[in-house]
Ligand binder design. Structure first.
Ligand code: PRP
Length: 198
């Protein structure tokens, strides 16, 4: 478990950015244990196939997969967006498909965050066509204020406010994914940066 003092230290200002802890690593791990138990309880004795969306969902997938008892397999998919306003225009496209068929399998889509819902809407349509036995969704973070689609997650780690969050897979310009906690990112104003000698 991360030492809170050390994690605070790791939020030191970098490039005029600061990260304030929103959900600690310990809270995340405890919640994942509970989600894993719930998932196994819902599908007792059944092989579960976890599908994670690169890249952000990777840490959640690895921790969740190790916490679910019984038979578990997993696979990865990657999607991208066309142009700048992809999410709002609904233009999600597949950039890496799954390695294996999901037909007849009990599939849990594992996502780090459910934001507008465009990614999940695209994935659920795609996966439904492939005839899984069951199709469920687990998200670590749910930001309902941002939703522009009708999708919902069956398993939610934490419902969070509409803040820019990083850590535990979530990035800002590819940075911060490796933080063991989820934090709110703030950009430090230039003037303040100067006075801090940043
Ligand atoms: C993030 C996240 C989800 C998606 C959710 O991925 O991992 O896949 O956004 O947003 P939505 O609900 O608005 O569709 P991102 O595109 O940032 O890629 P990444 O996982 O590689 O960081």
């Amino acid at each position: 478990m991360p030492n809170p003092k050390k994690t605070r230290h790791r939020t030191a200002k970098v490039r005029g950015e600061s990260v304030k802890i929103l959900i600690s690593g310990r809270q995340i791990q405890r919640r994942i244990q509970a989600l894993a138990k719930q998932i196994r309880k819902d599908f007792p004795g059944e092989p579960l196939h976890l599908v994670s969306v690169l890249k952000g969902g990777v840490f959640f997938l690895t921790d969740l997969a190790r916490s679910i008892s019984g038979e578990v397999s997993f696979d990865f998919i990657a999607v991208s967006s066309y142009g700048q306003n992809t999410r709002s225009s609904g233009q999600v496209r597949l950039t890496r498909d799954l390695d294996s068929s999901i037909e007849g399998k009990t599939v849990i889509v594992v996502e780090d965050i459910l934001d507008t819902g465009m990614t999940l809407q695209y994935l659920l349509r795609l996966f439904q066509q492939r005839k899984p036995k069951h199709l469920r969704v687990a998200v670590l973070l749910d930001k309902p204020e941002r939703r522009i689609t009708a999708v919902h997650a069956d398993y939610v780690g934490f419902t969070i406010p509409n803040e820019f969050v990083v850590g535990y897979g979530l990035d800002y310009s590819e940075r911060y994914r490796n933080l063991p906690y989820v934090g709110v990112l703030s950009l430090v104003p230039a003037a303040k940066k100067e006075s801090m000698g940043a």
